[in-house]
Design a protein around this ligand. Structure first.
Ligand code: SAM
Ligand code: ZN
Ligand code: ZN
Length: 514
């Protein structure tokens, strides 16, 4: 029996850093204590010694390969090359599989669990046994299904979804899906997959009433690359073998992936491939349609919106929308990448910034964060404090640049606040490249000196200035305590998608006093 990979601990271990098995490598032994014969464990089992004292064990009786167990790969190669046993994982069910940068895998897993439930991530693994690779995160939501889960992820986590590299979907109703063991190396498995795929294509033709003039075109998306190759080969073989009798044609001749009528999605994990076929124009959202409004995922009115449930096709959800989100990031013309960090922070922290808020931006140059703030402000002001140059052009009318160290700007801000309508400071943000405790000292200097009767917020980057990660995490805990001591009611830390791996964002909210 192979181990269940859907346990949260296995999910987390599979996407954590790669660690070689503990202890020195030892020659594997049979249960009677004899060492296993190395020659017999070669692909061709070529031990010619008639009196070989070592154990000749067939693969199913050998010990399991620890590295394969943990990551789904081992550096000896596939199941035929490793001396030990590679047991494909059990077949599993999923609705969505996100392909993401390994560095962000843990963040995606955490968000999916928070949005769709603690057991929503049913499996996760990597594309190859290396640190710099992509991760595959398999998600299941019984309540929402593939299309509903996609919508929930966009609505709650547009930033994470914009950072996905691919979004594979496997609608369980109205789509076809199956898993295959050993598709990377076993010819029999490849033949079984070919036969199944041919049946699926026939079903697609029949269901959609395709003809030779208006045929089925299938887009193939798969990870890893070799699997995409297998599926392309299979499609070529099917189309070749059936010739003109099949109302399905290869892409090309002006037909691109955008024109496809169907999509074949597939991923491979622990030597088992999960293959699915769905209709690009298919509407798979089964959840109750609660309204006919499109889903707004970003606060800006010109940001891309998802068509309403019942109207959005699977292609809208799984193919076009991530591209639209990515295009939008270019369209907003951010001054610098830091722009997105504060933009994402305001969204994730649900900071209820209004046009009349007065804000302080500590360490503001070149001006990305100030740009985000001034886009939201109407009558409010932002003091952008930094000895370095602010390169926003034109300067926002709501901004005052104080070209000094923040420590020396407190009095100037005090005077400035007096001439504003409310006289109150509602938001302090700090992205200064300093030790988190130093940042916090300065930020608290502002927020406590000018505490507001209304709700007020602090948003601050906590960068790792420590050699060891544990020490950095301790520093963050200290900062949280200090915020509470300074009178903040809610204090929390998030690892945003716009943060690098060695940076998190701290939020502190003080309730208004009515
Ligand atoms: C990473 S940059 C900030 C980028 C900015 N958030 C943006 O969106 O453009 C850090 C800035 O902090 C400034 N800085 C560092 N220590 C400071 C201090 N004590 N007071 C004011 N600015 C400081 C540096 O001059 C630098 O420009
Ligand atoms: Zn032998
Ligand atoms: Zn192995």
């Amino acid at each position: 029996m192979s181990r269940p990979c859907d346990d949260a601990r296995y999910v987390d271990a599979a996407i954590a850093g790669i660690r070689p098995p503990a202890g020195k490598p030892r020659t594997p032994r049979a249960s009677d204590g004899r060492e296993l014969c190395k020659l017999f464990m070669l692909r061709d089992k070529s031990c010619d010694f008639p009196n070989c004292q070592r154990a000749h064990l067939d693969v199913p009786s050998r010990p399991r390969c620890e590295t394969f167990e943990k990551y789904g790969f081992c550096d000896r190669g596939d199941a035929r090359d490793c001396w030990l046993r590679h047991e494909p994982c059990e077949a599993w069910e999923m609705d969505v599989c996100l392909m993401v940068d390994m560095e962000m895998a843990a963040r995606h897993v955490e968000r999916a669990r928070r949005i769709l439930g603690p057991r929503a991530v049913v499996k996760a693994g990597r594309i190859k046994l290396s640190r710099h690779t992509d991760a595959l995160i398999c998600i299941k939501s019984d309540a929402l299904g593939a299309a509903g889960a996609m919508r929930a992820l966009y609505r709650e986590e547009p930033y994470g979804m914009a950072k996905t590299k691919r979004t594979f979907v496997f609608p369980r109703e109205g789509g076809w899906s199956r898993t295959f063991e050993g598709l990377e190396w076993d010819d029999e498995a490849i033949r079984a997959m070919d036969a199944w795929l041919e049946k699926c294509i026939d079903a697609c033709v029949e269901e959609s009433g395709a003809t030779r003039e208006k045929p089925v075109y299938a887009r193939v998306r798969a990870a890893p690359r070799w699997l995409e190759g297998r599926l392309h080969d299979a499609m070529d073989r099917i189309i070749d073998a059936r010739g003109d009798t099949l109302a399905c044609k290869p892409l090309g001749g002006g037909i691109t992936t955008r024109d496809c009528t169907h999509c074949i999605d597939a991923v491979n994990l622990w030597d088992r491939a999960y293959v699915g076929v769905w209709k690009t124009s298919g509407i798979y959202e089964t959840m109750e349609v609660t309204g006919s409004a499109p889903t707004q995922v970003l606060p800006e009115i010109d940001a891309p919106q998802l068509p309403p449930a019942g109207e959005a096709s699977m292609d809208d959800l799984a193919f076009y929308f991530p591209l639209k989100l990515q295009d939008y990031r270019v369209e907003v013309k951010p001054l610098c990448r830091a722009y997105f960090k504060l933009h994402e922070a305001l969204l994730r922290g649900r900071v209820p910034i209004e046009g009349d808020w007065n804000c302080v931006d500590i360490g503001a140059a070149p001006g990305g964060w100030t740009q985000v703030l001034s886009e939201r402000l109407t009558t409010g002001c932002v003091w952008a404090i930094d000895p370095a140059e602010i390169t926003l052009n034109p300067f926002p009318t709501t901004m005052t640049h104080l070209r000094v160290l923040a420590e020396d700007a407190v009095e100037t801000v005090r005077e400035g606040l007096q001439s504003t309508a409310s006289g109150e400071l509602r938001l302090v943000v700090c992205d200064a490249n300093m030790h988190p405790e130093a940042c916090l000292r300065i930020a608290l200097d502002f927020s406590t000196k000018f505490s507001s009767m209304k709700e007020s917020w602090l948003v601050m980057s906590t960068k790792n200035f420590c050699k060891r990660r544990e020490n950095w995490l301790k520093v963050i805990d200290t900062c949280i305590e200090q915020c509470r001591d300074a009178g903040y009611d809610d204090v929390f830390v998030e690892h945003l998608f716009s943060n690098c791996s060695e940076e998190k964002t701290l939020f502190a909210r003080r309730k208004g006093k009515d």
